[in-house]
Design a protein around this ligand. Structure first.
Ligand code: TTP
Ligand code: MG
Length: 392
């Protein structure tokens, strides 16, 4: 395997498999998730493999599915439940790499980096998904996204397929062109019209000819057919920062008071980082003076953290360096460059004592509210207008 190890995970009959797991009476039965067949309108979201034997498919009108499989078990889509399971599966991925790109509720690419036993790790992920969620996944292993996705689809359900560089000609070239991700019915028809039926034909096609017919898309498809795909796995970064700021009731230059406020802000940001399962790599301090002049200053951390004390010390250093001593109207802290918390095990940082302390405080706060427990220093902070921010 080349230096890059990419896997594509695709859950088998995802919505239907969850319903079969949760109701043993449905195991081994044709289960169809989607619109209500009594209503006659709407489509199939997915069907269990047992229902697929009757020809039922995703996106098919529900009335047609009913005609094909009248004894099937028709269930509505329970989106909230499927989202929760999707998150549990993602949490498993993050134990192995922060480079996880979800592309649907039941599908994701993982970049496992180089120099790893990718087959061993991919198998372990497949087993963990099954043992922890009771659901089966198909996994494709390769050195780029295109081939990994192709591989996961190879032997569904419970598939496990590896495509190495040397396999492309023998395994991939005989496949029909529409197996290429991005070749829809229209492009397929165009290619067929020119006699290009397989991925191999496409790979051997003259680049100029393809370009003249399909433009840049033609060149992209030709490269994919050759097994070349440089697209990176893009880590999910829907939340980019978690912040909290406070506008004082009266502008202040009381240094000790500002430090205490900073501690309160740090505790808030740390608590929310931990609650959402993040570590941060950067702390930003925001200062606004009486004239509304606002500055922001960043500090990168040596180790990613979600510990209040580390956030506080960093913000305090930024304050000391960047505050002229003038009265302030607003003080804010924001944590960015977020990573999943599971990455902590992969760093050398291991401040168990601090982690255990904040986790103990967190559990009190999650039961009785954030204000239920306070440091002695923080008790003197007067109430003020505060804004929490989560920026994506
Ligand atoms: P898919 O991965 O396409 O399908 P699947 O997981 O049900 O089956 P398999 O991968 O084993 O072939 O889609 C994932 C989920 O997305 C699926 O369970 C239901 C939903 N979905 C729809 O709601 N409508 C659709 O048209 C498709 C294709 C999927
Ligand atoms: Mg699937």
């Amino acid at each position: 395997m080349r230096a890059k190890a990419i896997i594509h995970v695709d859950m088998d009959a995802f919505y239907a498999a969850i319903e079969q797991r949760d109701n043993p009476d449905l195991k081994g039965k044709p289960v169809i998730i989607g619109a209500d067949p009594k209503n006659g309108r709407g489509v199939v979201s997915t069907a269990s493999y047992e229902a697929r034997r009757y020809g039922v498919r995703s996106a098919m009108p529900i009335s047609q599915a009913y005609r094909l499989c009248p004894h099937g078990f028709f269930l509505p889509v329970n989106g909230e439940k499927y989202k929760k399971v999707s998150q549990e599966i993602k949490d498993i991925f993050y134990r192995y790499t922060p480079l996880v790109e979800p592309i649907a509720l039941d599908e994701a690419f993982l970049d496992l980096g180089g120099n790893v036993d990718v087959i061993h790790i991919a198998k372990e992920i497949q087993n963990k998904i099954y043992s922890e969620t009771g659901l089966s996944a198909s996994i494709g292993v390769s050195y780029n996204k295109f081939l990994a996705k192709l591989a996961s689809d190879w032997k569904k359900p419970r598939g496990f397929f590896v495509i190495r560089e040397e396999d492309v000609k023998k395994k991939v070239w005989p496949l029909p062109v529409d197996k290429i991700w991005g070749v829809g019915p229209k492009t397929k028809q165009l290619l067929l019209n020119w006699g290009i039926t397989t991925i191999g034909c496409l790979a051997k096609c003259s680049p100029d000819l393809l370009k003249s017919k399909l433009g840049q898309h033609g060149e992209e498809l030709r490269l994919l057919a050759l097994g070349i795909d440089e697209r990176p796995v893009k880590a999910d970064s829907s939340v980019k920062s978690i912040g909290k700021e406070t506008t004082f009731l009266h502008d202040t230059n009381d240094r000790e008071y500002l430090k205490t406020v900073l501690l309160t802000l740090s505790e808030n940001v740390g608590y929310r980082l931990r609650k959402n399962g993040y570590l941060c790599n950067t702390i930003m301090l925001k200062l606004r003076n009486s004239d509304f002049k606002t500055i922001t200053r960043n500090q990168s951390l040596n180790e990613p953290t979600n510990i209040d004390q580390v956030i506080y010390e960093t913000a305090k250093t930024l304050l000391i360096k960047n505050w002229s001593g003038e009265p302030l109207r607003l003080l804010g802290i924001s944590a960015s460059n977020l990573l999943p918390e599971s990455m902590r095990q992969l760093t050398f940082f291991n401040d168990d004592r601090n982690i255990n302390l904040v986790k103990a405080i967190d559990s009190i706060r999650s039961k009785h509210g954030f204000g239920s427990i306070k440091r002695a220093r923080v008790l003197q902070v007067k109430p003020s207008k505060g804004d929490e921010s989560v920026n994506g």
